[in-house]
Write a protein that binds this ligand. Structure first.
Ligand code: NAD
Length: 325
Protein backbone atom coordinates (compact mmCIF):
# COMPACT_ATOMS: atom_id res chain seq x y z
CA UNK A 1 0.00 0.00 0.00
CA UNK A 2 1.40 3.40 -1.02
CA UNK A 3 1.57 5.58 2.13
CA UNK A 4 2.58 8.76 0.31
CA UNK A 5 0.00 11.45 -0.38
CA UNK A 6 -1.30 11.82 -3.92
CA UNK A 7 0.38 13.91 -6.58
CA UNK A 8 -1.63 16.89 -7.79
CA UNK A 9 -1.40 17.10 -11.57
CA UNK A 10 -2.68 20.26 -13.23
CA UNK A 11 -3.57 20.12 -16.93
CA UNK A 12 -4.39 16.43 -16.42
CA UNK A 13 -6.85 16.35 -19.32
CA UNK A 14 -4.31 17.75 -21.78
CA UNK A 15 -1.91 15.97 -24.09
CA UNK A 16 1.13 15.74 -21.83
CA UNK A 17 -0.85 15.74 -18.57
CA UNK A 18 -2.95 12.73 -19.49
CA UNK A 19 0.18 10.74 -20.38
CA UNK A 20 1.86 11.72 -17.11
CA UNK A 21 -1.30 10.73 -15.20
CA UNK A 22 -1.47 7.41 -17.02
CA UNK A 23 2.15 6.57 -16.21
CA UNK A 24 1.86 7.61 -12.55
CA UNK A 25 -1.24 5.55 -11.85
CA UNK A 26 0.13 2.56 -13.75
CA UNK A 27 3.15 2.75 -11.41
CA UNK A 28 0.80 2.62 -8.42
CA UNK A 29 0.83 6.33 -7.48
CA UNK A 30 -2.36 8.16 -6.56
CA UNK A 31 -3.13 11.19 -8.68
CA UNK A 32 -5.55 14.06 -8.26
CA UNK A 33 -5.94 15.62 -11.69
CA UNK A 34 -7.04 19.22 -12.18
CA UNK A 35 -8.23 20.78 -15.42
CA UNK A 36 -10.83 23.37 -16.45
CA UNK A 37 -11.41 21.99 -19.98
CA UNK A 38 -10.22 25.23 -21.51
CA UNK A 39 -11.93 25.52 -24.93
CA UNK A 40 -8.64 26.19 -26.81
CA UNK A 41 -9.32 22.82 -28.41
CA UNK A 42 -12.27 20.46 -28.30
CA UNK A 43 -12.98 19.52 -24.65
CA UNK A 44 -14.30 16.16 -25.90
CA UNK A 45 -10.69 15.25 -26.74
CA UNK A 46 -9.72 16.19 -23.19
CA UNK A 47 -12.46 14.03 -21.68
CA UNK A 48 -11.23 11.12 -23.79
CA UNK A 49 -7.65 11.76 -22.59
CA UNK A 50 -8.88 11.62 -19.01
CA UNK A 51 -10.75 8.37 -19.57
CA UNK A 52 -7.61 6.77 -20.99
CA UNK A 53 -5.54 7.99 -18.06
CA UNK A 54 -8.12 6.94 -15.47
CA UNK A 55 -8.58 3.52 -17.04
CA UNK A 56 -4.98 2.65 -16.13
CA UNK A 57 -5.65 3.38 -12.44
CA UNK A 58 -6.50 0.92 -9.69
CA UNK A 59 -9.54 1.68 -7.49
CA UNK A 60 -9.29 5.07 -5.79
CA UNK A 61 -6.03 5.91 -7.52
CA UNK A 62 -7.28 8.63 -9.84
CA UNK A 63 -9.50 11.50 -8.83
CA UNK A 64 -10.40 14.34 -11.15
CA UNK A 65 -11.44 17.84 -10.18
CA UNK A 66 -12.74 20.34 -12.72
CA UNK A 67 -10.98 23.32 -11.21
CA UNK A 68 -9.52 26.50 -12.64
CA UNK A 69 -5.97 27.17 -11.44
CA UNK A 70 -6.76 30.87 -11.11
CA UNK A 71 -9.35 30.03 -8.43
CA UNK A 72 -7.25 30.29 -5.25
CA UNK A 73 -10.11 29.31 -2.92
CA UNK A 74 -10.88 26.12 -4.84
CA UNK A 75 -7.19 25.17 -4.95
CA UNK A 76 -6.79 25.75 -1.20
CA UNK A 77 -9.83 23.62 -0.41
CA UNK A 78 -8.65 20.82 -2.68
CA UNK A 79 -5.10 20.83 -1.36
CA UNK A 80 -6.30 20.88 2.26
CA UNK A 81 -8.57 17.90 1.61
CA UNK A 82 -6.21 15.63 -0.32
CA UNK A 83 -2.93 16.30 1.57
CA UNK A 84 -0.88 16.07 -1.58
CA UNK A 85 2.76 15.05 -1.52
CA UNK A 86 3.66 17.39 -4.37
CA UNK A 87 2.45 19.10 -7.52
CA UNK A 88 3.20 18.62 -11.20
CA UNK A 89 1.92 21.79 -12.84
CA UNK A 90 1.26 21.44 -16.57
CA UNK A 91 -1.94 23.49 -16.95
CA UNK A 92 -1.47 26.46 -19.25
CA UNK A 93 -2.70 28.25 -22.25
CA UNK A 94 -0.33 26.61 -24.72
CA UNK A 95 0.49 27.62 -28.28
CA UNK A 96 2.66 30.40 -29.63
CA UNK A 97 0.57 31.98 -32.38
CA UNK A 98 -2.72 32.38 -30.46
CA UNK A 99 -0.82 34.13 -27.67
CA UNK A 100 -0.16 37.05 -30.02
CA UNK A 101 -3.91 37.61 -30.34
CA UNK A 102 -4.58 37.05 -26.63
CA UNK A 103 -1.56 38.15 -24.56
CA UNK A 104 -3.74 39.10 -21.59
CA UNK A 105 -5.50 35.73 -21.48
CA UNK A 106 -2.13 33.95 -21.61
CA UNK A 107 -0.71 36.13 -18.84
CA UNK A 108 -3.79 35.54 -16.68
CA UNK A 109 -3.66 31.74 -16.84
CA UNK A 110 0.07 31.15 -17.18
CA UNK A 111 1.49 33.86 -14.94
CA UNK A 112 -1.30 34.63 -12.47
CA UNK A 113 -2.44 30.99 -12.42
CA UNK A 114 1.10 29.74 -11.70
CA UNK A 115 1.55 32.36 -9.01
CA UNK A 116 -1.72 31.29 -7.37
CA UNK A 117 -0.74 27.64 -7.60
CA UNK A 118 2.70 28.19 -6.06
CA UNK A 119 1.16 30.14 -3.20
CA UNK A 120 -1.42 27.39 -2.61
CA UNK A 121 1.44 24.84 -2.57
CA UNK A 122 3.17 26.94 0.11
CA UNK A 123 0.05 27.12 2.27
CA UNK A 124 -0.53 23.39 1.92
CA UNK A 125 3.10 22.57 2.77
CA UNK A 126 3.71 20.46 -0.35
CA UNK A 127 7.08 18.73 -0.53
CA UNK A 128 7.88 19.91 -4.10
CA UNK A 129 6.57 21.39 -7.29
CA UNK A 130 7.47 20.65 -10.90
CA UNK A 131 6.37 23.23 -13.51
CA UNK A 132 6.15 23.03 -17.31
CA UNK A 133 8.21 25.67 -19.06
CA UNK A 134 9.08 25.63 -22.74
CA UNK A 135 11.94 25.68 -25.23
CA UNK A 136 10.32 28.85 -26.58
CA UNK A 137 12.01 30.81 -23.75
CA UNK A 138 15.24 30.59 -25.79
CA UNK A 139 13.70 32.81 -28.48
CA UNK A 140 16.05 33.20 -31.44
CA UNK A 141 19.18 32.48 -29.39
CA UNK A 142 22.12 32.79 -31.79
CA UNK A 143 23.97 29.83 -30.24
CA UNK A 144 22.73 26.23 -30.44
CA UNK A 145 22.23 23.75 -28.90
CA UNK A 146 20.38 25.63 -26.16
CA UNK A 147 21.77 25.12 -22.66
CA UNK A 148 19.89 26.03 -19.49
CA UNK A 149 22.44 28.66 -18.43
CA UNK A 150 22.11 30.72 -21.62
CA UNK A 151 20.59 34.20 -21.60
CA UNK A 152 16.83 33.90 -22.07
CA UNK A 153 15.84 37.53 -21.73
CA UNK A 154 14.47 37.95 -25.27
CA UNK A 155 11.36 35.79 -25.75
CA UNK A 156 9.63 36.58 -29.07
CA UNK A 157 6.01 35.68 -28.25
CA UNK A 158 3.69 36.45 -25.34
CA UNK A 159 3.49 32.69 -24.69
CA UNK A 160 7.28 32.43 -24.34
CA UNK A 161 7.34 35.49 -22.09
CA UNK A 162 4.72 33.93 -19.78
CA UNK A 163 6.77 30.73 -19.55
CA UNK A 164 9.91 32.70 -18.65
CA UNK A 165 7.86 34.59 -16.06
CA UNK A 166 6.84 31.22 -14.54
CA UNK A 167 10.50 30.27 -14.22
CA UNK A 168 11.23 33.50 -12.37
CA UNK A 169 8.20 33.07 -10.12
CA UNK A 170 9.35 29.52 -9.38
CA UNK A 171 12.83 30.72 -8.47
CA UNK A 172 11.47 33.33 -6.05
CA UNK A 173 9.04 30.80 -4.60
CA UNK A 174 11.92 28.41 -3.92
CA UNK A 175 14.13 31.13 -2.39
CA UNK A 176 11.41 32.33 -0.04
CA UNK A 177 9.85 29.03 0.98
CA UNK A 178 12.70 26.54 0.48
CA UNK A 179 10.26 24.36 -1.47
CA UNK A 180 12.07 22.25 -4.06
CA UNK A 181 10.97 23.67 -7.44
CA UNK A 182 11.80 22.33 -10.91
CA UNK A 183 11.21 24.05 -14.26
CA UNK A 184 11.09 21.80 -17.29
CA UNK A 185 11.75 23.25 -20.73
CA UNK A 186 9.89 20.88 -23.04
CA UNK A 187 10.97 20.80 -26.70
CA UNK A 188 8.07 20.27 -29.17
CA UNK A 189 6.36 17.18 -27.83
CA UNK A 190 4.68 14.74 -30.21
CA UNK A 191 3.05 11.32 -30.16
CA UNK A 192 -0.42 9.83 -29.68
CA UNK A 193 -2.99 12.39 -28.41
CA UNK A 194 -0.84 15.34 -29.48
CA UNK A 195 -2.61 18.70 -29.33
CA UNK A 196 -4.63 19.20 -32.52
CA UNK A 197 -3.06 22.62 -33.21
CA UNK A 198 0.50 21.25 -33.38
CA UNK A 199 2.12 20.68 -36.78
CA UNK A 200 2.59 16.91 -36.80
CA UNK A 201 -0.97 16.17 -35.70
CA UNK A 202 -2.34 18.77 -38.08
CA UNK A 203 -0.30 17.49 -41.04
CA UNK A 204 -1.08 13.83 -40.36
CA UNK A 205 -4.81 14.48 -40.18
CA UNK A 206 -4.63 16.45 -43.44
CA UNK A 207 -2.71 13.62 -45.11
CA UNK A 208 -5.17 11.04 -43.81
CA UNK A 209 -7.95 13.12 -45.43
CA UNK A 210 -5.90 13.44 -48.66
CA UNK A 211 -5.79 17.23 -48.19
CA UNK A 212 -2.85 19.59 -48.86
CA UNK A 213 -0.78 20.80 -45.94
CA UNK A 214 0.23 24.41 -45.28
CA UNK A 215 3.90 25.02 -44.61
CA UNK A 216 4.91 28.48 -43.37
CA UNK A 217 8.37 29.93 -43.98
CA UNK A 218 11.17 28.51 -46.10
CA UNK A 219 10.98 24.99 -44.70
CA UNK A 220 14.47 25.16 -43.20
CA UNK A 221 13.30 26.14 -39.70
CA UNK A 222 13.88 23.25 -37.30
CA UNK A 223 12.49 21.73 -34.13
CA UNK A 224 13.91 19.30 -31.62
CA UNK A 225 10.87 16.97 -31.60
CA UNK A 226 10.54 14.90 -28.43
CA UNK A 227 8.39 11.80 -28.12
CA UNK A 228 5.79 11.87 -25.36
CA UNK A 229 7.07 8.85 -23.41
CA UNK A 230 10.56 10.41 -23.24
CA UNK A 231 8.98 13.59 -21.84
CA UNK A 232 7.05 11.56 -19.26
CA UNK A 233 10.33 9.86 -18.22
CA UNK A 234 11.88 13.31 -17.74
CA UNK A 235 8.94 14.73 -15.77
CA UNK A 236 8.96 11.82 -13.33
CA UNK A 237 12.75 11.90 -12.98
CA UNK A 238 12.55 15.62 -12.16
CA UNK A 239 9.79 14.98 -9.60
CA UNK A 240 11.98 12.39 -7.87
CA UNK A 241 15.22 14.37 -8.05
CA UNK A 242 14.23 17.94 -7.23
CA UNK A 243 14.16 17.55 -3.40
CA UNK A 244 17.94 16.93 -3.49
CA UNK A 245 18.60 19.91 -5.75
CA UNK A 246 16.36 22.79 -4.59
CA UNK A 247 15.69 24.84 -7.71
CA UNK A 248 16.63 23.75 -11.19
CA UNK A 249 15.78 24.34 -14.83
CA UNK A 250 16.10 21.24 -16.99
CA UNK A 251 15.80 20.87 -20.76
CA UNK A 252 13.72 17.92 -21.90
CA UNK A 253 14.34 17.49 -25.62
CA UNK A 254 15.92 15.05 -28.05
CA UNK A 255 19.19 16.74 -29.09
CA UNK A 256 18.18 15.97 -32.70
CA UNK A 257 16.73 18.93 -34.62
CA UNK A 258 14.68 18.15 -37.73
CA UNK A 259 13.89 20.75 -40.39
CA UNK A 260 10.30 21.46 -41.32
CA UNK A 261 10.79 20.08 -44.83
CA UNK A 262 12.40 16.89 -43.46
CA UNK A 263 9.56 16.52 -40.96
CA UNK A 264 6.97 16.74 -43.75
CA UNK A 265 8.91 14.22 -45.86
CA UNK A 266 9.16 11.82 -42.89
CA UNK A 267 5.42 12.07 -42.25
CA UNK A 268 4.81 11.30 -45.92
CA UNK A 269 7.00 8.17 -45.68
CA UNK A 270 5.28 6.98 -42.51
CA UNK A 271 1.81 7.61 -43.96
CA UNK A 272 2.73 6.22 -47.38
CA UNK A 273 1.28 9.37 -48.98
CA UNK A 274 3.15 12.02 -50.99
CA UNK A 275 2.30 15.32 -49.23
CA UNK A 276 0.83 18.14 -51.34
CA UNK A 277 2.41 21.26 -49.87
CA UNK A 278 1.05 24.83 -49.94
CA UNK A 279 3.71 27.32 -48.88
CA UNK A 280 3.06 30.59 -47.06
CA UNK A 281 5.17 33.31 -45.40
CA UNK A 282 6.77 32.70 -41.99
CA UNK A 283 4.49 33.55 -39.04
CA UNK A 284 5.30 36.05 -36.30
CA UNK A 285 6.26 34.50 -32.97
CA UNK A 286 7.70 31.30 -34.44
CA UNK A 287 11.38 30.81 -33.60
CA UNK A 288 13.88 29.77 -36.29
CA UNK A 289 15.01 26.63 -34.54
CA UNK A 290 15.07 24.73 -31.29
CA UNK A 291 17.75 22.31 -30.19
CA UNK A 292 18.21 21.02 -26.65
CA UNK A 293 21.57 20.66 -24.99
CA UNK A 294 20.87 17.69 -22.70
CA UNK A 295 24.13 17.69 -20.73
CA UNK A 296 22.48 18.83 -17.50
CA UNK A 297 19.38 16.65 -17.69
CA UNK A 298 21.42 13.61 -18.68
CA UNK A 299 23.86 14.15 -15.78
CA UNK A 300 21.36 15.13 -13.10
CA UNK A 301 18.18 13.25 -14.08
CA UNK A 302 19.63 10.28 -15.95
CA UNK A 303 17.39 11.55 -18.76
CA UNK A 304 18.00 9.69 -21.99
CA UNK A 305 15.46 10.08 -24.82
CA UNK A 306 14.90 6.74 -26.51
CA UNK A 307 12.60 7.32 -29.47
CA UNK A 308 13.92 7.68 -33.02
CA UNK A 309 11.94 10.39 -34.79
CA UNK A 310 10.27 8.12 -37.35
CA UNK A 311 9.39 5.47 -34.76
CA UNK A 312 7.57 8.18 -32.81
CA UNK A 313 5.85 9.37 -35.97
CA UNK A 314 4.72 5.82 -36.68
CA UNK A 315 3.17 5.54 -33.20
CA UNK A 316 1.32 8.82 -33.74
CA UNK A 317 0.16 7.81 -37.21
CA UNK A 318 -1.20 4.52 -35.86
CA UNK A 319 -3.06 6.43 -33.17
CA UNK A 320 -4.56 8.78 -35.74
CA UNK A 321 -5.64 5.88 -37.93
CA UNK A 322 -7.32 4.26 -34.94
CA UNK A 323 -8.90 7.53 -33.84
CA UNK A 324 -10.24 9.41 -36.86
CA UNK A 325 -11.35 12.98 -36.21
N1 NAD B 1 3.18 20.17 -26.25
C1 NAD B 1 4.35 20.78 -26.37
O1 NAD B 1 5.07 20.58 -27.35
C2 NAD B 1 4.85 21.69 -25.28
C3 NAD B 1 6.10 22.30 -25.45
C4 NAD B 1 6.56 23.15 -24.46
C5 NAD B 1 5.84 23.36 -23.31
N2 NAD B 1 4.61 22.77 -23.17
C6 NAD B 1 3.86 23.02 -21.94
O2 NAD B 1 3.45 21.77 -21.39
C7 NAD B 1 2.20 21.90 -20.75
C8 NAD B 1 1.20 20.91 -21.31
O3 NAD B 1 1.06 21.16 -22.71
P1 NAD B 1 0.10 20.29 -23.64
O4 NAD B 1 0.70 20.26 -24.98
O5 NAD B 1 -0.25 19.02 -22.95
O6 NAD B 1 -1.16 21.27 -23.71
P2 NAD B 1 -2.72 20.97 -23.51
O7 NAD B 1 -3.42 22.22 -23.93
O8 NAD B 1 -3.09 19.69 -24.16
O9 NAD B 1 -2.82 20.80 -21.94
C9 NAD B 1 -2.95 21.89 -21.04
C10 NAD B 1 -4.18 21.66 -20.19
O10 NAD B 1 -4.30 22.76 -19.27
C11 NAD B 1 -5.68 23.01 -19.11
N3 NAD B 1 -5.88 24.39 -18.63
C12 NAD B 1 -5.75 25.54 -19.34
N4 NAD B 1 -6.08 26.59 -18.58
C13 NAD B 1 -6.41 26.10 -17.36
C14 NAD B 1 -6.88 26.68 -16.15
N5 NAD B 1 -7.05 28.01 -16.04
N6 NAD B 1 -7.14 25.88 -15.10
C15 NAD B 1 -7.00 24.54 -15.19
N7 NAD B 1 -6.59 23.92 -16.33
C16 NAD B 1 -6.30 24.69 -17.40
C17 NAD B 1 -6.28 22.81 -20.48
O11 NAD B 1 -7.68 22.56 -20.45
C18 NAD B 1 -5.48 21.62 -21.01
O12 NAD B 1 -6.17 20.39 -20.82
C19 NAD B 1 1.78 23.36 -20.93
O13 NAD B 1 2.20 24.08 -19.78
C20 NAD B 1 2.57 23.80 -22.15
O14 NAD B 1 2.79 25.20 -22.14
C21 NAD B 1 4.09 21.94 -24.14
Amino acid sequence: MDQRGPIILTGAAGFIGSHVAQRLVSEGRSVVGIDNFDPYYDPRLKRRNLELAGAAAGPGRFEFSQTDITDAGALDALLARVRAEGIIHLAAKAGVRPSIADPVGYARVNVLGTSILLDAARRAGCSRVVVASSSSVYGNCPKAPFAEDMDVSEPISPYAATKRACELLGFTHHKLTGMPTAMLRFFTVYGPRQRPDLAIELFMRRLAARQPISVFGRGDSSRDYTFISDIVDGVLAAYRRIPEVGYRVWNLGSDRPVTLDDMVAAIGRVAGVAPRIERGPARAGDVERTWADLSRSRAELGYSPKFEFEDGLRAQWEWIRANPA
